[in-house]
Design a protein around this ligand. Structure first.
Ligand code: KG4
Ligand code: ZN
Length: 342
């Protein structure tokens, strides 16, 4: 079954063709990062206009690279939430038009569910290699969710952030340290190999599987100000300052510590048979290493970094399982910017 996936929830215009939910035939991503970097974050109005410009070329490229024509497809899948309303609208309307013109079924996909299905694109089928239930940590720019996947399409939310998302906290921390946008990769780069004497707090929220990162953000701001670092225009020099490197490393350690500890706690509590990581923050090398080290024999499935960040292959992969369950959408499919999982 060949499915065309479309993803425009934030600042990546993406299209992909995936076979049987597992084999990527093409995976095209047009990133807007450079455009938004000059504003220090995603500007929604700019993002949706860029999607309008990029969408058709990106879909054409995905079909061409897969050597597939529209009439060979079996379905069109698109992210309908969560995300930026104006950005989601572009993808949803293009997907509707394509599906209508070709009489193909239309699958509206939850972006967070899509991140989980990246694990099916790694050459492995998690339900075969470990079996359900699977404990999923979805950490992106807008979400920090611990979710129990009890089967395809069956999700139970166990914990979530009460304030900032993990990715958002990386982005804000990078701004505080003058490291630019997007913050996650910038922090990882300068923190690499740094043995820090700095230590920042961790919000454990004892007894709960929820997260909180806003206290850490404020603690970093105060510590940075104490060292004479003031948020300003990102600079190459900032990345070479030893104290900036140390604070970046300390910040990364705090976030990773809490994510790993809570994921393992949830896995134990639920008797999960495996762990799946998804979302942009799971591209983080320290998080990947620490999660594997802490897993004590439990299989940990982490997609390669290119499939952790936003892409359309994960949307097409997820849609395959909805197709098997005969769950297509009608032409009244609308965007849901605040769509949740579970
Ligand atoms: O899933 P994603 O690509 O888009 C959303 O759905 O939000 O996640 C983007 C987030 C950004 O906040 C970015 O800073 C973070 O993922 N991120 C990282 C890394 N790469 C991307 N955070 C930490 N370390 C990374 N290497
Ligand atoms: Zn995402």
């Amino acid at each position: 079954m060949l499915i065309l996936g479309i993803e425009t929830s934030c600042d990546e215009t993406a299209a992909a063709v995936v076979e049987d939910g597992r084999r990527i035939l093409s995976n095209v991503v047009a990133s807007q990062v450079e455009i938004h970097a000059r504003y220090g974050g995603v500007v929604p109005e700019v993002a949706s206009r860029q999607h309008m410009l990029q969408m058709i070329p990106v879909v054409s490229q995905a079909l061409a690279q897969a050597e597939v024509t529209l009439d060979q497809l079996h379905g069109v899948a698109v992210t309908y939430g969560p995300g930026l309303a104006g950005s989601l609208l572009v993808g949803v309307n293009v997907a509707k038009a394509l599906a209508f013109a070709t009489s193909l079924p239309l699958y509206g996909i939850n972006h967070l569910e899509g991140h989980i299905y990246s694990a099916w694109l790694t050459g492995d089928s998690p339900e075969d290699s470990s079996g359900f239930p699977l404990l999923c940590l979805v950490v992106s720019g807008g979400h920090t969710d611990l979710v129990l996947m009890e089967g395809h399409g069956s999700f139970r939310l166990l914990g979530r952030t009460r304030d900032d998302a993990a990715g958002e906290s990386f982005d804000k921390a990078a701004r505080t340290l003058g490291l630019g946008y997007p913050g996650g990769p910038a922090i990882q780069r300068v923190a690499q190999g740094v043995a820090t004497r700095e230590r920042l707090p961790r919000a454990w929220l004892a007894g709960s599987l929820d997260f909180s990162f806003s206290g850490l953000k404020t603690a970093l701001l105060h510590r940075a100000q104490g060292h004479g670092i003031t948020p300003g225009t990102p600079s190459k020099e900032a990345a070479k300052e030893p104290i900036v490197m140390e604070l970046a490393a300390a910040f990364q350690e705090s976030v990773v510590d809490v994510l790993v500890a809570k994921t393992m706690q949830a896995a134990r509590q639920t008797g999960a048979k495996g762990i799946i990581l998804g979302g942009g923050v799971t591209a983080n090398a320290l998080l990947r290493d620490e999660m594997r080290a802490a897993s004590s024999g439990l299989p940990v499935m982490i997609p390669p970094p290119s499939l952790c960040v936003d892409n359309a292959a994960m949307i097409a992969a997820c849609a395959y399982f909805h197709a098997l369950a005969h769950e297509a959408h009608g032409w009244d499919l609308d965007v849901e910017p605040s769509l949740a999982l579970g």
